[in-house]
Design a binder for this molecule. Structure first.
Ligand SMILES: [Zn+2]
Length: 292
């Protein structure tokens, strides 16, 4: 199944919903960053959540960044998403190995630990929107739920799951976000809370072969679910040599000179996708020459 997300509403528009299947996207991220299983899960959950959050933005050029800074061995994660299903991201530490948690799952909460979740939305305004909340459990889905409640004042339910094969490859990945509009009745809220406490986990639903539409049907089938549009999602980096060269050219004249003195071409990797770009001594000299 190709990766895609679906948007939906339920309860006469009182609930808006998103669901995504993102196995290929997360596998691509794993290949780019050579992540260990628990980091694959952490990054994959954040990428899947961000893909859905990105489509909540309106503008073609809007860009969402979700960043976690944390005191666990993972240290941090950064992902970005646009409004069209393109995401990219990287972990601060690619390889963390931890025993499974108390319920036998990859210990994402243990890898992340305590910290802060930052959400930045660049919507072409003078100042980007920045929201931040303390991490709740470090399991990512709960942390995003907490962010929506505290920073955006939108009661939400977020489910995210990544299942990793024995060889480390991604077996399943996906998730959902449900959000309540301000006019939602207490009756609907109570019924939905009860429902969410009863549903299988995201990875269980994906393992059972459920599509994003079917996952939403499991959760919202009794709420008058109305499926909206779908959109392909993918891990895509828009880096280029020119973009990377801007980072190189921020080096001081002395640092550039030191590299030039070494007399060898250098390799600079894009943080988001690990693609390597090479700069010859000639190119480095040109950059140095542009410095005062
Ligand atoms: Zn890149």
């Amino acid at each position: 199944m190709n990766d895609y997300l679906v948007r939906a509403t339920a309860a006469d528009g009182a609930i808006r919903a998103f669901a995504v299947t993102s196995k290929n996207m997360v596998e691509e991220a794993r290949n780019a960053h050579k992540t260990s299983p628990v980091i694959t899960a952490a990054l994959g959950r954040l990428l899947s959540g961000a893909a859905m959050m990105g489509t909540m933005m309106k503008g073609e050029k809007d860009l969402l960044t979700v960043q976690i800074q944390c005191d666990g061995p993972a240290k941090g994660l950064t992902v970005t998403a646009d409004a069209n299903g393109h995401v990219k991201g990287f972990p601060r530490v690619s390889e963390v190995y931890l025993p499974p948690n108390a319920i036998g799952k990859l210990d994402v909460g243990g890898a992340v630990g305590a910290g802060t979740l930052y959400v930045m939305k660049d919507m072409g305004l003078k100042e980007p929107y920045v929201g931040q909340t303390a991490l709740s459990t470090g399991e990512i889905a709960e942390d995003l739920t907490c962010y929506f409640a505290v920073s955006e004042q939108i009661p939400s339910a977020v489910g995210l799951g990544v299942l990793v094969n024995a060889d480390g490859s991604v077996r399943q990945a996906g998730g959902f976000i449900l959000q309540l509009m301000p006019f939602t009745s207490e009756e609907i809220i109570e019924k939905l809370e009860k429902k969410i406490s009863e549903i299988p986990s995201v990875t269980e639903m994906l393992e059972a072969g459920k599509t994003p539409e079917e996952m939403l049907s499991v959760i919202l089938g009794e709420f008058g679910l109305s499926i909206g549009d779908t959109m392909p999602v993918e891990f895509r980096c828009d880096c280029s040599k020119e973009r990377v060269s801007r980072a190189v050219s921020t080096l001081s004249k002395k640092d550039l000179q030191d590299i030039i003195n070494d007399g060898e071409a250098i390799e600079v990797k894009c943080q988001f996708c690990n693609r390597a770009y090479h700069f010859s001594v000639e190119e480095l000299k040109e950059m140095r020459g542009m410095k005062a």
